[in-house]
Design a protein around this ligand. Structure first.
Ligand code: ADP
Ligand code: MG
Length: 567
């Protein structure tokens, strides 16, 4: 059958170049990536077979195999999972579909110095391509479960790859790395060494729920039986479900490796949250808050949701029903004891138990954030910087948890040392005589600081909350007040700040109004197309004039938002 040659997509080529020139120092992780893909492929097949009993696939012994060959200097990672069709190989392996990776590449291009590059690449999963850190040629042989014909993909990572249809491929995928010479000074180890392979699997992939077996160690005196026959292959991983074990039994590192597998992230999580619910509807949950917001968090089609297991069997990725959209950045696993293995998305949407789980998991996440806030201010600050804008959506959409949400919401402020404050703290330090909570919205801290609306407040030393996320416009209206104190925009309507000592008396002000009546009338006429009213104000101390919206009007930022949406 003819072999066709294709060019890698531009982004893919760039990523490959980075791999080949090994910007990433810890090269051992390539194996974690390949094992992770194999594990996903087994999950998918397990599920496909469950859904479709006419699927012509063998699911009797799903597993992962690692085979080393010292003479040929190869390492093969093999699974008998879902496999890929000819088209899928071209689409999934030849291009970079993941928008996060594409954004990462842009960032990388912008980073000038080599050190910055190293830091960046360490943060992003490069998946399958990481094989090119240790190999100068990679061959992938795959056959999609249920299909007759297989596909062979080969590349040296240099701009092109070849595709070929093959007749005799086994079900699933095998990836063979033709290894570069070992170079321990550059952390490039001998990956035909059984000892090394065992160490890496133990460290990064122990929790994988499928057996990872070591087979055919050509060139090494593996454990052969007395009669010269190879003994049964050794399983390298313990396959323990971390979520079912108590926290004391599991190391931080083990949790983190699980996170990296399910979160497709190379960085450590910010927070690990465990929940074991007992009683009539039993389930275990292990949730992670990432340390960085993904690039596509605000995209319409952001893939959110947790992994759902039923009695240790993987059921689905991206189960959206388990957490509300405003916690869409949370990753993790939920393992329920009493759901059917055949549970579908339609059933999930209506299931009473799923709704109960969502409520409980939501509260658990919010209480963890609350503890973070009291126990580790720095960590909370990171959390809020990365995810605050998303969490605040909950103030609009989840009235039941509004108090819990307000308790973990913080704001930039004109007052205070560290620059942020909660509503509770704001109210506590409100001086006598102040009845409202003042805030201003805007696109950036800078534009707010320069706003003429701020002048009178600055002059009088009144604290103002500085809100710069688009969602702020909306939730302040939805929430309205806190502990009986109204949330008041300083850019809307009339605000009576009372007189300062050095200010004019009532009489003086009246006289001034008379003096200026002519001018104001003239201005009203001239500006009638653009403004509703022109009046004298105590609001300003330096600027000669400012625009003020009616209390019921949209604020300028929201007007911009709607305008951008074409409304
Ligand atoms: P990711 O795993 O984050 O999606 P990868 O680069 O690791 O990114 O893999 C890209 C895609 O290639 C996977 O999403 C999957 O669809 C496909 N793939 C990779 N390895 C396998 C495999 N062993 N079996 C089936 N599909 C695979
Ligand atoms: Mg992967």
């Amino acid at each position: 059958m003819p072999t066709e040659t294709f060019e890698f997509q531009v982004e893919a080529r760039q990523l490959l170049q980075l791999m080949i020139h090994s910007v990433y120092s810890n090269k051992d992780v390539f194996l974690r990536e390949l094992v992770s893909n194999a594990s996903d492929a087994l999950d998918k097949l397990r599920l496909a077979a469950l859904r479709d009993d006419t699927l012509d696939a063998d699911v009797s012994d799903l597993h992962i195999e690692l085979e080393t060959d010292q003479d040929a200097r190869t390492l093969t990672v093999r699974d008998n999972g879902i496999g890929m069709s000819y088209d899928e190989v071209g689409r999934l392996i030849g291009t970079i579909a993941n928008s996060g990776t594409a954004a990462f590449l842009r960032e990388l291009r912008e980073a000038q110095d080599g050190a910055g590059t190293e830091g960046l690449i360490g943060q992003f999963g490069v998946g399958f391509y990481s094989g090119f850190m240790v190999a100068d040629e990679v061959t992938l042989l795959t056959r999609r479960a249920g299909e007759r014909q297989g596909t062979r993909w080969t590349s040296r990572g240099e701009g092109t790859y070849t595709l070929e249809k093959v007749d005799d491929a086994p079900q699933g995928t095998s990836v063979t790395l033709h290894l570069k010479p070992a170079d321990p000074d550059n952390q490039l180890h001998d990956y035909t060494s059984v000892w090394k392979i065992k160490e890496i699997v133990k460290r990064y992939s122990d929790f994988i729920t499928w057996p990872i077996r070591l087979v055919g160690q050509n060139g090494q005196n593996g454990e052969k039986g007395d009669d010269g026959e190879a003994s049964a292959p050794e399983t390298l991983n313990s396959m323990k479900a971390l979520w079912a074990r108590s926290r004391e039994e599991v190391s931080e590192e083990e949790y983190h490796e699980l996170y990296k597998h399910i979160g497709h992230d190379w960085r450590e999580p910010l927070e690990t949250i465990q929940l074991q619910a007992e009683g009539t509807f039993e389930y275990q949950a292990l949730l992670f808050v990432p340390s960085h917001a993904p690039h596509d968090l605000f995209n319409q089609n952001f893939r959110r949701g947790l992994q759902l297991y039923v009695k240790r069997v993987f059921i689905m990725d991206d189960c959206e029903e388990l957490l509300p959209p405003y916690l869409r950045f949370v990753k993790g696993v939920v393992d329920a004891q009493d759901l059917s293995l055949n549970v579908s998305r339609e059933i999930l949407q209506q299931d009473r138990h799923i709704r109960m789980m969502q409520r409980r998991l939501t509260k658990k996440v919010l209480s963890s954030v609350k503890s973070m806030m009291t126990d580790d201010a720095e960590r909370y600050a990171t959390f809020w910087r990365e995810f605050g804008a998303v969490v605040k959506e909950g103030l609009i959409t989840d009235p039941d948890n509004r108090d819990a949400l307000l308790a973990v919401t913080s704001f930039a402020t004109t007052h205070g040392d560290d620059g942020t404050v909660t509503l509770k703290q704001y109210v506590e330090r409100m001086p006598d005589g102040q009845d409202d909570i003042y805030y201003i919205t805007g696109e950036s801290r800078e534009s707010i600081d320069n706003s003429p609306h701020m002048e009178a407040f600055r002059e009088r030393g009144i604290e103002v909350l500085l809100l710069t996320d688009p969602v702020d416009e909306v939730w302040v209206d939805a929430v309205g007040e806190f502990e009986g104190k109204a949330l008041r925009s300083i850019a809307k309507g009339e605000i009576d700040l009372g007189a300062r000592e050095d200010e004019q008396s009532e009489g003086e002000r009246e006289k001034q109004a008379e003096d200026y009546a002519g001018l104001l009338g003239w201005m009203r006429e001239q500006l009638s197309e653009d403004v509703k009213e022109v009046r004298l104000s105590t609001r300003l101390t330096v600027s000669p004039a400012c625009l003020v919206a009616d209390s019921s009007d949209l604020t300028p930022a929201l007007e911009n938002m709607y305008r951008a949406m074409g409304q």
